[in-house]
Every structure is written in structure tokens, then in C-alpha cells.
Design a protein around this ligand. Structure first.
Ligand SMILES: NC(=O)N[C@@H](CC(=O)O)C(=O)O
Ligand SMILES: [Zn+2]
Ligand SMILES: [Zn+2]
Length: 432
């Protein structure tokens, strides 16, 4: 099977290629890049006016499979990923049961191969059942290709146990993806602790809930030498601590989610469960610090924390609704609209933070770049289309987003996984 992607503006963060040219894909690999490649392919895709980027790699999604399939499945989550230009996802282990053994990792990987349009990497839990009492089968899960362990949804509150888990992760070549939240300090909070929470009569979550665990985890990474990736950072002090850690040469990376750089707590006008996520939307000053951190390269990765829940669960007041919003089908557009269009990031930076850097963190050198011989995981992104986000069109089972009706610029035209088209935007391709 050969596909020629013609006349796109190719953006490759590995080689720095930044020019209009053609990309020839053969048998799942990128075979050739150049201008005026002969039209001998079985299929020709017109990418004129579009960027051609390495397929996006999302280090942080919740596919709820096994056990919570009413919220999402491997199949529906992967469809949402394909629609969002995402070709590899890391699925967090807070499913039912929790993914904490080699067999459970193998089961998800086997089912994903069958049912998912995109590559799914299952992340293993740090502790058995995410109960924080004893370590999960970290070595076994590493053998099955989990690439990282994470207790996402909560922190391992026992620092001694976490340190053991980090040592085990390092010994098995795994990274640790850290959800930073001191659960003893949450005290029933459901949104950022500020005047908005006071106005709505809701309990607040202070920045320190995140910051004290970020500090602790960086110190533990320093001691153990494990590669530490800090998930969904939301505070100015998280950025500052990552800056200091990097200055010290520690193997620490930081992640920001589109909702945390697009919205602030001031956007929460009423008690609406679709604005409830963990960590919460923060102050305008925090939002500015996250953007500055992304611009200055302190923050390495943009991931979604795609967290689908049912309509009934989320159409409740904040006190009752579960934490989390979906993100896979809005992340490229929000990143382009909020960061690239205003000049905070270049399109090259966007490709780096949404593809190359995640690939590096996972230790995957076969993706994250458009260069000859790499896996043909690609996205054709149209930066000109303006539209309003419409949650009724989401392929995800989750419609829980605060972005419904928001105006954005930029849409996915094609997504290719292993050289096959897995998504084609009918509005942009004319349904050929
Ligand atoms: N982010 C969220 O608000 N929720 C996530 C858990 C998590 O990422 O911590 C979920 O699993 O729903
Ligand atoms: Zn989390
Ligand atoms: Zn998460």
C-alpha cells in the first residue's frame, strides 16, 4: 500500500524540516520526503494549505476499559484519538480492575490491537489496586511494554513506598508519570480556592495541594534517578520547581493540558460539573505561568488527560460530579488557537510538545518525527478552518467538555496510523 501526501507544509521537530514538499508512505513506513515526488502511489492526498506533522502522541488518556465501558472503550477512545490527530495514546491504569499485573497489561494490548484504530500503550499502576499499600508487578508490566507506571487519579501518599516503586521503575527502564495531589489537603475542595469558589459557595483546592507533592516527587526522582514526568501541571510554582529541577540536570519533564492554558477559574460562571477537573482550573496568573513555561521550554509536553464520564454523572453540581473532562477531539485546535496563532509557540514547538517530546519520554524512536524509515503515523492539519466546537459530533462516548460552542481555528484533515488512513474529515476532504 502506497500513499503520497502532496504539497503539504512538512513540520518535523527532529530534523527541523519546515518546507512545502511531498511525503511518500509505503507499507506502513515513511519512505521518501521531497519535492515533486512522482505520482505513482495508489492513493494521493492533497495537503496543500495544510501542515503535515508527525502523528500526535498523547501521554495521558483514560479509556475506562476494562470495567467502565459505559464511559469509554478502547474502540471509542481510539476513534476520538484518530479524529484528534492522535496516533499513540498512553492509557492510565485507573480502570476496573486497576491495571497492576503483566497479564492485565497484555490483555489491554491484545484487545487494543484488535479494536483500536491507534496505538495504545497501557501504563501500569504503581501499587496493587492503586491502594497505596504494596507495589504492583512493575517488572512484569515492564516486560509487557507498559513504558511507564503511574498512580494517576491520586498520588502514592506513602513516600517510602513511592521511592521503592521509583527504584523498581528505574531498574526496569520505566518512567514514572506523577499525579501530584496531597489528598490529605483537599478537604472536600471541588474547584480552585479563590473568590469564584467563595461566590459559588464551593470548597476550594489550594495550589499547595499540588505543589507539595511536586516538590516531594522531584526530590524522590533526584534520589532514585528515575525519569519523572509530572502530569497535568496547573500552578505557577510547579513550573518554577520544574525549572529548578532542570537547572540541576534532573530527568524531570512537565506536562500541561489544553484546558489549563485555555481557561482560568474566572471562566467558571456557575456551578457546572463540566468545569470540574483535577487539578482544577487555576488563576489567570497560573495560566500565564503555564504559557510562559511552555514558551520557554520548561514545560515539555501537551497532553489531554482525556477523562470521559457519562452525561448523567457530569450534569450534576460540582459537589457531586466526578472530576475530569474529555480532550482528544479538541486538543490540537485549542493548542493551535490559544498558543500558535498568538505566537506563544511556533507550529514546530506544537509538533515537538505534542509528538516528539512524548516519543522521547516513552523511549520510542520509531515515531514523533517525519523522517525516512519512521513509522508512518502522520497528521494533516488544516490551520485555516474556523468553526465552533460541537460536542454532539464527538466520536468519544464522553461529551463532558467546557468547550462546547467555543470558536477555534484549525482542524484535522487526515490521520494516518502505520501508513493507513484512520480518519478523514469529510468537511475538509469533500467526502471523497
Ligand atoms: N483528571 C481528572 O479530573 N480525572 C481523571 C483522573 C486524573 O487524571 O487524575 C479521571 O480518571 O477521571
Ligand atoms: Zn491525574
Ligand atoms: Zn488523568
Amino acid at each position: 500500500m502506497t500513499i503520497l501526501i502532496q504539497n503539504g507544509h512538512v513540520i518535523d521537530p527532529l530534523t527541523g524540516r519546515d518546507e512545502v514538499c511531498d511525503v511518500l508512505v509505503r507499507d506502513g513506513k515513511i519512505q521518501k520526503i521531497g519535492t515533486g515526488l512522482p505520482e505513482e502511489a495508489e492513493q494521493v492526498l492533497d495537503a496543500s494549505g495544510c501542515y503535515v506533522m508527525p502523528g500526535l502522541i498523547d501521554l495521558h488518556v483514560h479509556f475506562r476499559d476494562p470495567g467502565l465501558e459505559y464511559k469509554e472503550t478502547l474502540e471509542t477512545g481510539a476513534r476520538a484519538a484518530a479524529r484528534g490527530g492522535v496516533t499513540t495514546v498512553c492509557a492510565m491504569p485507573n480502570t476496573r480492575p486497576v491495571i497492576d499485573t503483566a497479564e492485565k497489561v497484555a490483555d489491554v494490548h491484545a484487545r487494543a490491537k484488535k479494536d483500536a484504530l491507534v496505538h495504545v500503550i497501557q501504563i501500569g499502576a504503581v501499587t496493587r489496586g492503586q491502594e497505596g499499600k504494596e507495589l504492583a508487578d512493575i517488572a512484569g508490566m515492564a516486560r509487557e511494554g507498559c513504558h511507564a507506571i503511574s498512580e494517576d487519579g491520586k498520588s502514592v501518599m506513602n513516600a517510602s513506598l513511592y521511592r521503592k516503586g521509583m527504584r523498581e521503575a528505574k531498574a526496569n527502564g520505566l518512567a514514572v508519570f506523577a499525579h501530584c495531589e496531597d489528598i490529605t489537603m483537599v478537604e472536600g475542595g471541588v474547584m480552585n480556592a479563590d473568590e469564584n469558589a467563595a461566590r459559588l459557595g464551593l470548597k476550594g483546592i489550594t495550589n499547595s495541594v499540588e505543589d507539595v507533592i511536586v516538590a516531594r516527587d522531584i526530590l524522590l526522582a533526584k534520589e532514585t534517578g528515575v525519569r519523572l514526568h509530572l502530569c497535568h501541571c496547573s500552578t505557577a510554582d510547579s513550573v518554577e520547581m520544574i525549572r529548578l529541577a532542570k537547572e540541576e540536570g534532573l530527568p524531570v519533564t512537565g506536562e500541561v493540558c489544553p484546558h489549563h492554558f485555555t481557561l482560568s477559574a474566572d471562566d467558571i460562571r456557575e456551578n457546572d460539573g463540566n468545569y470540574k477537573m483535577n487539578p482544577p482550573l487555576r488563576s489567570k496568573a497560573d495560566v500565564e505561568a503555564l504559557k510562559k513555561g511552555l514558551k520557554e521550554g520548561i514545560m515539555d509536553v501537551i497532553s489531554t488527560d482525556h477523562a470521559p464520564h457519562s452525561e448523567e454523572e457530569k450534569n450534576q453540581p460540582m459537589e457531586k460530579a466526578p472530576f475530569g473532562i474529555v480532550g482528544l477531539e479538541t486538543s490540537a485546535a485549542l493548542t493551535y488557537t490559544e498558543l500558535v496563532k498568538p505566537g506563544i509557540l511556533s507550529i514546530m514547538d506544537m509538533a515537538e510538545k505534542m509528538s516528539l517530546n512524548p516519543a522521547k519520554i516513552l523511549g520510542l524512536s520509531d515515531r514523533g518525527s517525519i523522517s525516512e524509515g519512521k513509522r508512518a503515523d502522520l497528521v494533516v492539519f488544516d490551520p485555516n478552518r474556523e468553526y465552533r466546537i460541537d460536542k454532539t459530533t464527538f466520536l468519544s462516548k464522553g461529551k463532558n467538555t467546557p468547550f462546547d460552542g467555543r470558536k477555534v481555528t484549525g482542524d484535522i484533515k487526515y490521520t494516518l496510523v502505520d501508513g493507513k488512513i484512520v480518519y478523514e474529515n469529510q468537511a475538509l476532504t469533500g467526502g471523497n
